[in-house]
Design a protein around this ligand. Structure first.
Ligand code: ADP
Length: 255
């Protein structure tokens, strides 16, 4: 379980508080979606969880252990990052995924590392890709490889920043389905940001609405309301129900 408490962060000593008392809890196997305007601090929050930025105060714990003061390799076994695209040069898919094992093997991969990679490639139906050059894959395929590499860390939590940002609809669906599979089958928590509120509703178990460096609303799908969206994004929307699904559309009575 990830627990973030009263987290405060600024990029420079006299700069504004980009995170101004963030509280967030996410259980194993849950998919948490961070929603907020551009510049509301989502990426910064991810960076603090990943240990890339040090907060000025507050706590981040995983299963009760202090993530902020943990060594890099220790942290890598708990939290993995899935970037939007991977730029490792002309490596094969197999070697790219094996790179995810670095926190375990140090200099030279062993049999166990290879077994982990092979299982992941099989589970993700990527066996036929093993020898392909990552550079020659499509955006969706590369994103899938990025997930595979993160899973090779055998983390308890995956952090995705805008996973579907550059993808067409078929690849979007592929990545969202993969994220769901990882959470449900492996019990890995997922914390992600998504711009598309409908994708968020499809995927999320918990929703965190961020504004001015704070999480203003947190809860299940029931908290995703027209008012909360308007307050968070300063945008008017309507929520309609189609075939039992709640869909967010542009508009609202004041337009
Ligand atoms: P989001 O991911 O929600 O779009 P960010 O976390 O990227 O938001 O940014 C939050 C705020 O921090 C913004 O005002 C942004 O300009 C500022 N910011 C982001 N990165 C840096 C940086 N490296 N140095 C200074 N300010 C930054």
């Amino acid at each position: 379980m990830l627990e973030i408490e009263k987290l405060r962060f600024r990029y420079s000593r006299r700069g504004p508080l980009v995170l101004n008392g963030v509280d967030l809890t996410l259980r194993d196997g849950e998919i948490g979606i961070l929603l907020g305007k551009n510049g509301s601090g989502k990426t910064t929050l991810f960076k603090t969880i990943l240990g890339i930025q040090k907060p000025e105060s507050g706590a981040i714990r995983f299963d009760g252990e202090d993530l902020l003061h943990m060594g890099r390799l220790e942290r890598a076994r708990r939290v993995a990052y899935v970037p939007q695209s991977i730029h490792f040069g002309a490596l094969s898919v197999y070697d790219t995924v094996l790179m995810g094992r670095v926190s375990y093997f140090g200099f030279k991969a062993g049999k166990e590392d290879e077994a982990v990679v092979e299982t992941i490639l099989r589970d993700m139906k990527l066996e036929d890709y093993a020898d392909r050059n990552v550079e020659q894959l499509s955006g969706g395929e590369r994103q899938k490889i990025a997930i595979a590499r993160a899973l090779a860390q055998e983390p308890r939590l995956l952090v995705f920043d805008e996973p579907t940002g550059n993808l067409d609809i078929a690849n979007e669906q592929l990545i969202l389905a993969e994220a769901r599979r990882v959470a449900r089958e492996k019990g890995i928590g997922i914390l992600t940001s998504l711009h598309d509120l409908n994708q968020a509703l499809e995927l999320g178990d918990r929703f965190f609405f961020m504004k001015d460096g704070q999480i203003r609303h947190e809860g299940g799908a029931e908290i995703v309301t027209e008012d909360v969206i308007e307050e968070t994004f300063d945008a008017r929307v309507r929520i309609v129900e189609i075939q039992g699904k709640r869909i967010v559309i542009n508009g609202g009575k004041r337009i």
